[in-house]
Design a protein around this ligand. Structure first.
Ligand code: NAD
Length: 252
């Protein structure tokens, strides 16, 4: 797909990887609809895209809220017309061991921690994909949907909730690629390793150092390197149903 003047929706588009993707795709001439929870940061991201000469709009939308997702996708279609792509990028962390015993005291991963991550990282991806796919089919618009999974989908200590959600996203990617191919919609994923963003910036420095030294390329990835992969998938019309792993050769 040639990206010039195509409309791509990015969830979690106001910071981190989402914002890097927005600017990268804007640089290729794509118009952007950015969904996130923070109006001020959304406005800054929109301005950065517009400065690259494309149309961009901000939408306050919680991807885990069905009504908001349904309304927002309709609004995007009213504002821009045909939708050609979606990047399901919004995500959160609520790390914790399943059961932890320290100084004789036991703590458990709470149901709230589990549910918050499943709601955003898995249910949010389902809701956005369902609504965007339905709209694209209605519009007879072809394109691609990209889900941001993670290296942690293979299972990672302290990430029961996150790993489960990211594995679910990877499995759903294959399912949706098979189901939606008949409508000319490709579905694929990117599984980043450790990338320099606010999300990893919030990790404990010791944990971050340990992680970096375990990466064969001995550095974290950069947001523009993930954005590059997203652009590649959008542009390559034969890429579907697969997860592109971008992790500096580090595999959990
Ligand atoms: P980030 O925290 O910097 O950005 C995530 C964005 O998602 C934020 O702008 C946040 O406001 C938004 N968001 C969170 N909950 C939302 C909701 N309910 N509705 C709408 N927006 C919501 O994180 P990031 O590092 O840029 O991560 C982006 C994606 O990449 C996530 O799915 C994350 O799991 C994945 N990922 C990141 C890394 C990494 O190393 N940074 C590695 C693997 C996967």
């Amino acid at each position: 797909m040639e990206l010039k003047e195509k409309l791509i929706i990015i969830t979690g588009g106001c910071q981190g990887l989402g914002r890097a993707m927005a600017e990268y795709l804007a640089g290729k001439g794509a118009n952007l609809a950015l969904l996130d929870l923070n109006q001020e940061k959304l406005d800054q991201a929109v301005a950065a895209c517009e400065a690259l000469g494309v149309k961009a709009r901000a939408y306050l939308c919680n991807v885990a809220n069905e009504e908001q997702v349904v309304d927002t996708v309709s609004k995007v279609a009213e504002d821009f017309g045909a939708i050609h792509g979606l990047v399901n990028n919004a995500g959160i962390l609520r790390d914790g061991l399943l059961v932890k015993v320290k100084d004789g005291e036991m703590t458990k991963l709470s149901l709230a921690q589990w549910q918050a991550v499943i709601d955003v990282n898995l249910t949010g991806v389902f809701l956005c994909t369902r609504e965007v796919a339905a709209k694209m089919i209605e519009q007879k618009s072809q394109g691609a949907i990209i889900n941001i999974s993670s290296i942690s989908r293979a299972g990672n200590i302290g990430q029961t909730n996150y790993s489960a959600a990211k594995a679910g996203v990877a499995a759903a990617t294959v399912t949706w690629a098979r189901e939606l191919a008949r409508y000319g919609i490709r579905v694929a994923g990117v599984a980043p390793g450790f990338i320099e963003t606010e999300m990893t910036g919030s990790m404990r420095p010791e944990a971050l150092d340990k992680m970096t030294s375990a990466i064969p390329l001995k550095r974290m990835g950069r947001p523009d390197e993930i954005a590059h992969s997203v652009a590649y998938i959008l542009e390559n019309d034969y890429f579907s149903g697969r997860i592109l792993e971008l992790d500096g050769a580090m595999r959990i």
